[in-house]
Design a protein around this ligand. Structure first.
Ligand SMILES: Cc1ncc(C[n+]2csc(CCOP(=O)(O)OP(=O)(O)O)c2C)c(N)n1
Ligand code: SF4
Length: 260
């Protein structure tokens, strides 16, 4: 076979290997800028599939935080705004209140949602704001190099600010976000946790959360337990095994409060 034919064949094969991405994804900005093996693109593709399926691309407003979530600023071909660290939920709240017919999605890391922005998360839950919040829980501050986050657990490998891992005596206990919000007991909310190692289930969970908003039922929340091989310092196999281990601390969770 001539070299030209071999090249043609290889190009065809590469084209066949292109992942099938949701239609609302902005292909001109791909490949994306997340690290290889990162869980963010799995969450984003699950969200994109839901946007496609529900046909809400034109109504969707996507709000991203500081942290690795900001690498999603050009991921979709939907209206997107980037906010200060931890301030995505109040910006989303303001946008939804001013534009009640829009579908507003706040997308942030566990540092943004459970540390610097925790007050906003709790108060948005208490006020039952009709937005959907997705927190990507990778158990550390990803973008800044893997510092300890509120979600870092005791038998996790070292973080840069806690080289021996979380010592509960000094650092306190890790946070279980969905369980905590659920315990606030506010009526008519959708609160869930899913994980990137089950993308179909994650997609269905995100879909139920967004349907909750579309049906004007109030606050909806999904924590997506996610991979961060760069800061976990794990190879592909170890990354998958680590997430399985972390699921013991952060199990799948779903609850919908009924109208009382
Ligand atoms: C007010 C403020 N404080 C601190 C920072 C520095 N900073 C940038 S990203 C980041 C950590 C982000 O971690 P997380 O929210 O968990 O998101 P991830 O990168 O893991 O997705 C920090 C502390 C900042 N940009 N602004
Ligand atoms: S640092 Fe972690 S969360 Fe951030 S892009 Fe890399 S793998 Fe993903």
């Amino acid at each position: 076979m001539s070299l030209q034919n071999t090249l043609k064949q290889n190009i065809n094969k590469t084209q066949q290997l292109q992942p099938i991405l949701p239609e609302c994804v902005n292909l001109s900005t791909k490949p994306h800028s997340f690290c290889p093996g990162c869980g963010h693109p799995i969450v984003l593709n699950a969200l994109g599939s839901v946007i496609d399926k529900l046909g809400i691309k034109n109504e969707t407003v996507f709000l991203i935080d500081i942290g690795c979530s900001l690498l999603a600023w050009n991921y979709f071909d939907v209206d997107t705004t980037q906010t200060h660290h931890g301030r995505t939920i109040p910006v989303a709240t303001g946008f939804k209140r001013a534009n009640p017919n829009s579908i507003v999605i706040a997308y942030l890391g566990d540092g943004g949602g459970y540390a610097i922005g925790l007050q906003h998360l709790i108060h948005a839950t208490l006020r039952n704001e009709a937005i959907t919040t997705i927190i990507v829980n990778n158990l550390n501050y990803g973008m800044t190099g893997g510092q300890m986050a509120p979600t870092t657990i005791s038998d996790q490998p070292e973080t840069t600010t806690a080289p021996l891992g979380r010592d509960r005596k000094y650092h306190g206990n890790p946070i279980n976000g969905p369980e905590m919000l659920n315990n606030l007991g506010i009526e008519n909310q959708f609160i869930a946790r899913s994980a990137v190692n089950n993308p179909i289930q994650l997609q269905m969970t995100i879909q139920r959360a967004i349907m909750h908003q579309i049906d004007n039922k109030g606050f909806s929340f999904v924590e997506a337990l996610s991979y961060c091989p760069t800061n976990w310092k794990t190879n592909a196999q170890e990354t998958i095994q680590s997430l399985e281990k972390f699921k013991k601390y952060y199990p799948n969770f779903e609850d919908t409060h009924k109208i009382k």
